[in-house]
Design a protein around this ligand. Structure first.
Ligand code: SF4
Length: 477
C-alpha cells in the first residue's frame, strides 16, 4: 500500500494544481509589457515548452533575468509542467528573494510545494499569504488549501476550523462541493472513540479505490511510454516494488512461445527521453519516493542498450529519486538481458555497474540449451551460445561483488526430452559445488496441461541444481 502521493493533484476541482505557478494575469503587473509571454496561458504552455527545449535554458534564463519577475514565474510554470519541480521551486524562491512583497508568488510556491508533497512548507507559504490581507480570491483559495494541508498533516480538528472559516467568510464559496466532501471525510474521523490514526489510515486506504489506482497506472504508463509486460523475477527481492524507467523498447529475438514480448524491434531510447521520464516519475511518485529503493530499467533487453544509457539512467535516477534517503536501505537495480547482450557486454560495463550505488540484478532469458527445444520455441540461437552466456553469467557472479546475473529456463510437459538433460548438464554437472549467487528461474509454458507433473519436474530440477532454483512468477506493472 502506497502513501497518498499526489493527493492534491487528485482533486479534480482544483485545476490550477496541474500548473501550480500559473497566476492570473491580473496578478502579473508588467506581464503586458513582456512581449512573448504576455498571454501565457495553458494553451501557450506548449509553445514555451518547445522554446525551452529548443534553446539553451541558461541563455533563456539570462535573457529574462533583468526583465519582469512574471517571466520567471512563467518559466517556473513550464518547468513544473515538465516535472522539473526543483528548478521551478528555485526560480520562485529567486523571485521571492528579489520581490518579497509579491504574495501571489508565495501563493504559487505554496501550490508547488503542496504538489511536491512538502505540506509543512506549503502550509508556511499559505499562512504567510493569508497574513497579508490578500485579495478575496487568494484568501478563499488559501483557506481551502490550508484545510487540505492540515488534514493531510493529520491535524484534523484544525482542518475543520479552516473549513468553518471558509464557509463563514465565503458562504457561496466556489469550493462548496469539495469542502463538503472534505468535511464528510473529517467529521467521522473525530466523531467516535476509534483512535484517530487508525481512522485516518483506513480513510487513506479507502481513497485508493480501484478507479483511482487505474487512473494512476494509466498516468504511469503514459510517462514511461507503455505498460511493463513483465518484471524480472529478481524483483521478488523488493516485493516487486520498483520504479520503472524505460531505456529501450523491443527485444533482439521474437520467440514464438513468449507471451510478454512486444512486436517492436529493439530500439534504445534517447537520453532526452530517459531524462524526461526521470523528471516526470519524480513528480508522479512525489512524497512517496521515500518508500522506494529499487529501479527497474526496462524493457525486455535493457542490457542491450549499452553502458552509457544504463549508467546514466542508474546514476540520474538514484539522485533524482533520492534513494540515498529512502526509508528502505540497500537500493536495487534490475534489468533484463539476452544471451547476445550479455556476451556483447564488455568489462567496462560490468566494472561501472559494480560501482553504481545499487546492487544490480540482471536476468537473462536463456530458455534452453537444447537445439530441438530452441527450434520448437523458435528462439533463433544455437545451444553453444546459450552455454557461453551461462558460463559468462557464472564468471561475472564470481568476479563482481555488486552484480548478480540470473537466468531463465523453460519448464513444460511438451518440450523435447533433450531440454531437461541439457539443463541438468548446465546447472549440475557444470558446477563443482553449490553456489548461492545467481539463481535460475523456471518458467512454465502456458501450453503445459499436467500441472502436478510440472511441479514434480520442478522439484526434481531444484533438487539437482547447484544454483538456487525458483519458479518464475509473471508480475506486471
Ligand atoms: S523471451 Fe525474451 S527475447 Fe524472446 S520474445 Fe520474449 S522478451 Fe523477446
Amino acid at each position: 500500500m502506497k502513501a497518498l502521493f499526489g493527493k492534491f493533484a487528485e482533486c479534480r476541482d482544483l485545476p490550477a494544481l496541474d500548473h501550480p505557478a500559473v497566476p492570473d494575469e491580473r496578478h502579473l503587473p508588467g506581464a503586458e509589457a513582456f512581449g512573448g509571454l504576455r498571454h501565457l496561458r495553458r494553451e501557450s504552455l506548449s509553445v514555451l515548452r518547445v522554446a525551452l527545449e529548443d534553446f539553451d535554458r541558461n541563455r533563456l534564463a539570462l535573457a529574462v533575468d533583468d526583465l519582469f519577475y512574471p517571466a520567471k514565474v512563467n518559466l517556473a510554470v513550464v518547468l513544473n509542467s515538465q516535472g522539473r519541480n526543483d528548478e521551478a521551486e528555485a526560480l520562485l524562491r529567486e523571485v521571492l528573494e528579489a520581490f518579497p512583497a509579491q504574495h501571489d508568488v508565495e501563493y504559487s510556491l505554496g501550490l508547488l510545494l503542496a504538489e511536491m508533497g512538502r505540506y509543512a512548507e506549503a502550509e508556511r507559504s499559505f499562512r504567510s499569504v493569508l497574513e497579508t490581507a490578500p485579495p478575496p480570491e487568494q484568501l478563499e483559495t488559501g483557506l481551502y488549501r490550508l484545510a487540505l494541508i492540515t488534514s493531510e498533516l493529520g491535524r484534523k480538528p484544525e482542518a475543520l476550523e479552516f473549513c468553518a472559516e471558509l464557509q463563514r467568510l465565503f458562504p457561496r464559496s466556489r469550493f462548496v462541493e469539495p469542502l463538503a466532501r472534505l468535511e464528510a471525510d473529517l467529521r467521522p474521523l473525530l466523531a467516535n472513540g476509534v483512535p484517530f490514526r487508525i481512522k485516518d489510515f483506513v480513510g487513506r486506504i479507502s481513497r485508493n479505490d480501484p478507479n483511482t489506482l487505474s487512473l494512476k497506472s494509466e498516468k504511469l504508463h503514459q510517462i514511461i511510454g507503455g505498460p511493463v509486460s513483465v518484471l524480472p523475477p529478481d524483483t521478488r527481492h523488493v516485493d516487486y516494488d520498483v520504479i520503472p524507467l524505460m531505456v529501450a523498447d523491443g527485444c533482439l529475438y521474437h520467440c514464438d512461445f513468449c507471451c510478454v514480448k512486444s512486436n517492436r524491434s529493439f530500439h534504445r531510447r534517447s537520453e532526452a527521453n530517459i531524462r524526461r521520464q526521470i523528471r516526470r516519475l519524480k513528480s508522479f511518485y512525489g512524497a512517496n519516493l521515500g518508500n522506494y529503493n529499487a529501479l527497474f530499467l526496462g524493457n525486455h533487453d535493457a542490457l542491450a542498450a549499452g553502458w552509457e544509457a544504463i549508467g546514466m539512467s542508474a546514476v540520474e535516477a538514484y539522485k533524482a529519486f533520492d534513494f540515498e534517503k529512502s526509508n528502505i536501505k540497500n537500493p536495487g537495480l534490475f534489468l533484463f538481458g539476452s544471451a547476445d547482450s550479455l556476451l556483447n557486454a564488455g568489462d567496462k560495463l560490468f566494472e561501472a555497474l559494480n560501482r553504481v550505488p545499487f546492487y544490480t540484478y540482471i536476468n537473462i532469458g536463456l530458455e534452453s540449451a537444447d537445439a530441438a527445444t530452441l527450434a520448437q520455441i523458435n528462439k533463433p540461437l544455437e545451444p553453444a551460445k546459450i552455454r557461453d552466456a551461462f558460463q559468462k553469467m557464472l564468471d561475472i557472479n564470481r568476479q563482481y561483488l555488486n552484480i548478480e546475473i540470473t537466468a531463465n529456463f523453460l519448464l513444460g510437459d511438451c518440450l523435447a526430452p533433450g531440454h531437461y538433460l541439457a539443463l541438468i548438464e548446465l546447472i549440475r554437472s557444470g558446477l563443482d559445488r553449490f553456489y548461492s549467487k545467481g539463481a535460475i528461474y523456471l518458467s512454465p509454458l502456458k501450453t503445459s496441461c499436467n500441472r502436478s507433473a510440472l511441479l514434480r519436474q520442478f522439484v526434481e530440477i531444484k533438487n539437482k541444481s547447484r544454483l538456487p532454483a525458483y519458479l518464475y512468477l509473471i508480475q506486471r506493472l
